[in-house]
Write a protein that binds this ligand. Structure first.
Ligand SMILES: [Zn+2]
Length: 481
């Protein structure tokens, strides 16, 4: 059952005064959510915990967090925050709390040679995202928007365990080679028609793709903005600066998917000379005026960027850490393929050129943030070892490797994503009044980034889910359903 409008409004006005009985009466969880819940009390206190609050501020030890119903009602040191008498207390000494991760490029599909191309993962992915600490996703390119909209409703109403879903329309793609789940646009009017239809169905973001023309992209953006929805893109045929000029809201992947630095690129055409990209981009300094002009354009037009380092790393299999959890989650045929992939067989170039270009992609993200840009992150759990949730966690490790502090990396994974989605007043930080979307980790990712993988519990709207139970329930399912 959904909370009625009245307690919601009261909660918004008096977040700290919301009585426990009022919040408690709003929860009813269905059979596909209830078995995974380990904490469901009207008032919960997390004590003796380290907090990385999502603002980028230094980690704070010895904190108490009070959750009342769906919201955080107090955060602070133990001597200043009193634990309510009726609270269920979780002593979290040795643990860290971060805000629920906001995955901005978190598809609901996975492609494997054995399991099929762009196959919806409607059973495994929602649980796996939640198990890994991801409490909000934007699907950023959908192969079945109705399934995503229906799943969003099922999760919203408590029937199914999973993250909040920002459903995305089908890819806004031009004709040419591309996966079969996309409609090839016939021109700008077709782009407008598609945006209009899906916006009316409840879609709030669109993602344009590699073969779209400037004219089609411009038409899609104008129509989307007219209807109050937004557009992001994984580009190739159109450059970042061209997209910024057309009014785009967000750009995916970053440096290595901005082909405007590629010599001889023709307008509206995707060069797709992947073999040469690494050498050209690896040799281009971040201080180059062309690179700086792109960053300046994005920042001055408030165009956010989505970091997807985990999926970009897939081009270098020997660099990707072998993750037993990924092998356990995949169905056996897909897992066998990933074992070979980890061993480096039959994969894309894994040489120093590719590594240098990857380093430049990291440098570009640092330069973008230094220049005032808003950087979020997303998993792109499309394929190979990049699967739901675990790829979001890998992003954290790679952002730290790129040179961000762990506190900044948490901010990129949470508060920045919330800002990009226009939800910063509700999610993305650990603060009184915010929705209680929280990740409880064993250890301390501010000193050991790998501890981001040690998720114990995940709170979504104040309900605590058991990460191990969620994970166990999808064993062997990724790639199948
Ligand atoms: Zn993607």
């Amino acid at each position: 059952m959904r909370p009625s409008a009245r307690p919601r409004r009261l909660a918004a006005i008096f977040p700290l005064l919301l009585p426990a009985w009022l919040a408690a009466q709003t929860r009813e969880l269905g059979p596909q959510a209830r078995p995974f819940v380990s904490v469901d009390a009207p008032v919960v206190a997390l004590t003796h915990v380290r907090v990385l609050d999502g603002t980028g501020a230094p980690a704070k030890a010895g904190q108490t967090i009070v959750i009342t119903g769906e919201r955080i009602t107090a955060v602070g040191p133990a001597d200043r925050v009193s634990v309510p008498r009726d609270a269920q207390v979780l002593d979290l000494a040795g643990h860290t709390v971060i805000p629920g991760i906001i995955g901005l490029h978190d598809h609901m599909y996975y492609s494997s040679a054995a399991g099929g191309s762009m196959k919806p993962m409607l059973q495994s992915y929602p649980r796996l995202f939640l198990a890994a600490g991801v409490t909000t996703i934007r699907t950023t390119g959908s192969v079945d928007p109705y399934q995503e909209l229906n799943l969003r409703r099922a999760i919203d109403s408590g029937l199914v365990a999973g993250p909040d879903i920002v459903a995305t329309g089908p890819y806004v793609q031009g004709p040419g080679p591309g996966p079969g789940a996309m409609h090839p646009l016939s021109g700008p009017e077709d782009a407008r028609r598609m945006v209009r239809y899906w916006a009316e169905e409840g879609i709030t973001w669109f993602k344009a793709y590699t073969n779209v023309t400037r004219e089609e992209l411009g038409a899609a953006i104008a129509e989307a903005h007219r209807l109050g929805v937004k557009v992001t893109a994984h580009l190739c045929s159109v450059g970042f600066r061209e997209a910024v000029a057309l009014g785009i809201d967000n750009l995916e992947h970053g440096y290595l998917d901005d082909w405007e630095f590629f010599p001889g690129k023709e307008p509206d055409k995707c060069p797709a000379q992947w073999d040469k990209l690494g050498a050209v981009y690896g040799a281009l300094p971040t201080e180059d005026p062309a690179v700086q002009a792109t960053i300046h354009d994005m920042v001055s037009h408030h165009v956010a960027m989505t970091s997807t380092l985990a999926v970009i790393e897939l081009g270098m299999p020997n660099r990707v850490p072998r993750d037993q959890r990924v092998l356990d989650a995949l169905f056996p045929d897909a897992a066998a393929a990933i074992e070979k992939y980890y061993a480096g067989s039959g994969a894309a170039p894994n040489d120093s050129v590719t590594r240098r270009a990857f380093r430049k992609a990291m440098d570009f993200e640092r330069a973008f943030v230094r220049g005032g840009g808003l950087l979020g992150a997303g998993a792109d759990p499309c394929c190979l070892s990049a699967i739901a949730g675990y790829a979001d966690q890998r992003n954290f490790e790679l952002l730290v490797e790129a040179g961000f502090t762990p506190e900044q990396a948490v901010q990129i994974l949470s508060a920045n994503g919330a800002r990009i989605l226009g939800r910063a007043d509700r999610v993305g930080t650990v603060a009184p009044g915010q929705q209680a979307d929280l990740v409880v980790l064993r250890g301390d990712p501010s000193t050991a980034p790998g501890d981001i993988r040690n998720v114990v519990k995940v709170f979504r709207k104040g309900v605590g889910y058991d990460s191990a139970k969620l994970t166990a329930s999808v064993k062997g399912l990724v790639g199948l359903r």
